[in-house]
Design a protein around this ligand. Structure first.
Ligand code: ZN
Length: 111
């Protein structure tokens, strides 16, 4: 069933509530989110890291904690287009436009 909020003329902008939006997270293994976010687990140990589009486990581990905005973008793109680029591919694109700056100390400034 097509999303009414995405159907031109089907509803007003005040009524826009999208149906069927797939969930994307910044971690490739959703069952590990609590361990990573709250219990200090190393995100790089996520066995599904390769699904992120990262070139290496280390790249995934370094960046995924900062990718909540890219995960949200994935939900938007997937809902609109039926597909989305991988998380780290979006991150690289965002960095090319000045997002996710690393300072001289190597700290990542998120969006
Ligand atoms: Zn929609």
């Amino acid at each position: 069933m097509r999303c009414l909020a995405c159907t031109p003329g089907a509803c007003s902008s005040e009524q826009a509530l999208h149906d069927g939006v797939a969930l994307f997270t910044q971690y490739m293994s959703p069952e590990q989110i609590a361990a990573i976010a709250y219990h200090g687990a190393d995100a790089a140990d996520d066995p599904l890291w390769h699904l992120s589009g990262a070139a290496s486990q280390a790249e995934y581990g370094r960046w995924c904690r900062h990718c909540c905005g890219m995960a949200c973008l994935q939900m938007v793109l997937d809902h609109r287009d039926g597909h989305t680029p991988p998380l780290l591919e979006l991150l690289r694109g965002c960095r090319a436009y000045g997002g996710y700056v690393e300072d001289d100390a190597g700290q990542i400034k998120g969006l």
